[in-house]
Design a protein around this ligand. Sequence first.
Ligand code: ATP
Ligand code: MG
Length: 567
Amino acid sequence: MTTEVTNKTEETIKNSNFIKDIIDEDLKSGKHNQVVTRFPPEPNGYLHVGHAKSICLNFGLAKSYNGRCHLRFDDTNPTKEEQEYIDSIKADVQWLGFSWGDHEYYASNYFEQLYDWAILLIKAGKAYVDDQTADQIKETRGTLTKPGTNSPWRNRSIEENLDLFQRMRNGEFQNGEKVLRAKIDMASPNINMRDPVMYRILHAHHPRTGDKWCIYPTYDYTHGQSDAIENITHSICTLEFQDHRPLYDWFVENLPVPAVPHQYEFARLNLTYTVMSKRKLLRLVKENHVNGWDDPRMPTISGMRRRGYPASAIRDFCERIGVAKANSTVDFQLLENCVRDELNRNALRFMAVTRPLKIVITNYPEGKVEWIEAENNPEDPSAGTRKVPFTREIFIEQEDFMENPPKKYFRLFPGNEVRLKHCYYITANEAIKNPDGSIKEVHCTLDPESRSGSTPDGRRIKGTLHWVSATEGKKAEIRLYDHLFLLANPDKVEEGKDFLENINPESLEVLTDAVVEPDLVKVAPGTATQFLRMGYFVADLSHTPEKPVFNRTVGLKDGWAKVQRNQ
Ligand code: ATP
Ligand code: MG
């Protein structure tokens, strides 16, 4: 599989979608007169941004062709599946903005039908019960260059197979003692056609069917038949199933299914600095490398939501990357760029100081509070204005003051004048030190004539700083997130090593001394904001006005544009 980072420009990636061409052709030729797709998650984990691509594709096609998209849980492995996952998957699909209407299905709805069809295959001499162990089956499957060998049980009589399969269902055998296999061709060049397993014995409680079954159908046997039962016209899955397509077709051809669905494959989404396999994501959660499935560093849909990524930005991203047949890895910055575009249009602006340094304005009266009008969003005048309190003591960012600045430092330093955003010009006079030599506070004076952001003499000021009143502002916790992995390809590990060794130990930084303007703490959890000069931040799920918590969604700088310019 290729994992080259895509270096196509956005324009060429945009809108490429070969599946639309196929659908257009099918509608034109009359092969289909409506479009029915499905999104078929296995409820064994939370959905990730790769699934978002599949969701946008399947639900998006249904929407644009006035068809429908089913949500079908592929719940054929009860040992790994849980109701919690089913609930989270439904919440995530809805949050992304899609609806399955009444079409919520479960592969387990079809267990009885699948069982009956398996019996038909046995009766037709096309399926048999095999007593070999899983290891023996694996060993006799052959390789790409060597054919497999027939099971000694391959030629059991139909009667014996029917009897054994019934007894498998009745619970007379232990896990792994027997399987039902399709009888196709152990010498097929396609390994998937070498008598694939259709049923295995699993004495396990199923979230929906309880203890009714102790044999469960495999994905390969279940998927196409479920598609047929639901009249799916275009069954779209990822490339690794391409070699399974002949098997998909074999079952459909050999069973009296009510429709003939077709499988189409597209390239799965890979993102730099991101692992996307549910098995790996599960380990990150279970081994406490992150704080749950919705940790803002996770590539899960719930993590991205908590991080403050708008659903519309994720949809936009999926549109921009398009749908192709060759695997590639998309630069994470493209996703961030989509997030930034959306937030730039809609996020309300506030001032927040993440690492505060106290400024005392010595020529301003103690106790006085002046309410300064500030625009909520320069991109959207209809967002209105708010009042921000200005007082004698304020905070600015520590990095916005230097005692001995280098050249081209236009922020605050002794003798220099800067503009406070929405407010006065101030000049630094003196840095007051703590006993250890660190800076305690900076004493400044303001120009009373500069309140409007300019002065009668029209003098030019190069630096503009954000600030928060030290006496009226509110304390807040701010969480800064970085990539969870240090390498662009975290899956690339040396033999014997684990992808977890690539974890970024500094992916989360918690700032507990931050101070924000008073209106900011009143926002509801999930509200998207821009902290002027600092980036986009979202009020965390746990946020309350009494205990404000903000997550950094993304910085202000557009890394993607830079990547493109450098190409
Ligand atoms: P994983 O390999 O992470 O466990 P999966 O494919 O087994 O994922 P499913 O729940 O079976 O997970 O996936 C549901 C649907 O989402 C499938 O149609 C699958 O092809 C699609 N899908 C999964 N991962 C991606 C991805 N990275 N890009 C695009 N589609 C994906
Ligand atoms: Mg799967």
